[in-house]
Write a protein that binds this ligand. Structure first.
Ligand SMILES: Cc1cc2nc3c(=O)[nH]c(=O)nc-3n(C[C@H](O)[C@H](O)[C@H](O)COP(=O)(O)O)c2cc1C
Length: 192
C-alpha cells in the first residue's frame, strides 16, 4: 500500500462532486479493515456503517439529504452512512474482556451513552476518512441530512443513531473552492 502525507493530509480535500463510480465490496471491506484500528475509550468501537452502493440506495440517501447536499450525494456511486450504537457496551465481553461484566455503562442514561458513543464514533469517522484516502479514494464528509429520515430508511436497529455521511470514489477537483485556512500552531496550541 502506497500513501503519503500529501494523499491523506496536505493535498486531500473534502470533495463535493464525484464521478458516479461504485466501489467494490472488497474495497469497502479494505477501508473498514484499516479504519477499525482507531483508538476508542475502553475499545468501545461504537461506529456502525451502512454502505449505499447501488443507484437505488444512493437515490434513497439523496432524498434524505438537506437541499444543499442532494446534488452532491447524487453525483456519487457509493457512500458510507456512519452511525453509532447506543448499546455499544453489549460488545464489551469481546472488545474489553478485562472489564467487569456487566459494565457500568449498562446503568447509564441514554444521554450519557449518546455523548460517549458520539465522541468515540467521531474518532472512528476521522480514521475512516484517513483509511479511505490511504487506499486511494476521495471522501466527501457531510452532516447535512435529515437524521430521522436516514435512521428510518437505512437502520434496522433502533439503537443506531446517524452521525454523518462520507461520499466515496473519485472526486472532481475542478469543482472545489480554494482550500480554506487552518488555525496556525500558535493560534491552536500551547506548549507548557
Ligand atoms: C462532520 C462533517 C460534516 C460536514 N458537513 C458538510 C455538509 O453537510 N455539506 C458539505 O458540503 N460539506 C460538509 N462538510 C465538509 C467540510 O465543510 C470540509 O471538511 C471543510 O470545509 C474542510 O474542507 P477541506 O477538507 O477541503 O479542506 C462536513 C465535514 C465534516 C467532517
Amino acid at each position: 500500500m502506497e500513501f503519503s502525507q500529501e494523499s491523506i493530509f496536505t493535498e486531500a480535500r473534502s470533495h463535493k462532486q464525484f464521478d458516479g463510480q461504485c466501489l467494490t465490496a472488497e474495497e469497502l471491506q479494505s477501508i473498514y479493515d484499516l479504519a477499525k484500528f482507531a483508538p476508542t475509550a475502553n475499545n468501545s468501537c461504537p461506529l456502525r456503517i451502512v454502505f449505499t452502493n447501488t443507484p437505488d440506495s444512493m437515490e434513497r440517501l439523496a432524498s434524505c439529504a438537506l437541499d444543499f447536499n442532494q446534488e452532491k450525494t447524487r453525483s456519487a456511486g457509493t457512500a458510507a452512512i456512519l452511525a453509532y450504537d447506543l448499546d455499544f457496551y453489549t460488545q464489551f465481553p469481546k472488545l474489553a474482556p478485562h472489564m467487569k461484566q456487566p459494565p457500568s455503562h449498562a446503568s447509564w442514561s441514554d444521554g450519557q451513552l449518546e455523548r460517549y458513543a458520539l465522541a468515540n464514533s467521531n474518532l472512528q469517522v476521522g480514521f475512516f476518512i484517513a483509511a479511505a484516502r490511504a487506499l486511494g479514494f476521495d471522501c466527501g464528509p457531510m452532516g447535512g441530512f435529515d437524521s430521522q429520515a436516514v435512521e428510518t430508511t437505512f437502520f434496522d436497529n433502533p439503537r443506531w443513531r446517524f452521525n454523518c455521511v462520507v461520499l466515496l470514489g473519485k472526486g472532481d477537483p475542478s469543482r472545489l473552492h480554494p482550500r480554506a485556512a487552518r488555525l496556525t500552531f500558535d493560534e491552536a496550541c500551547r506548549i507548557t
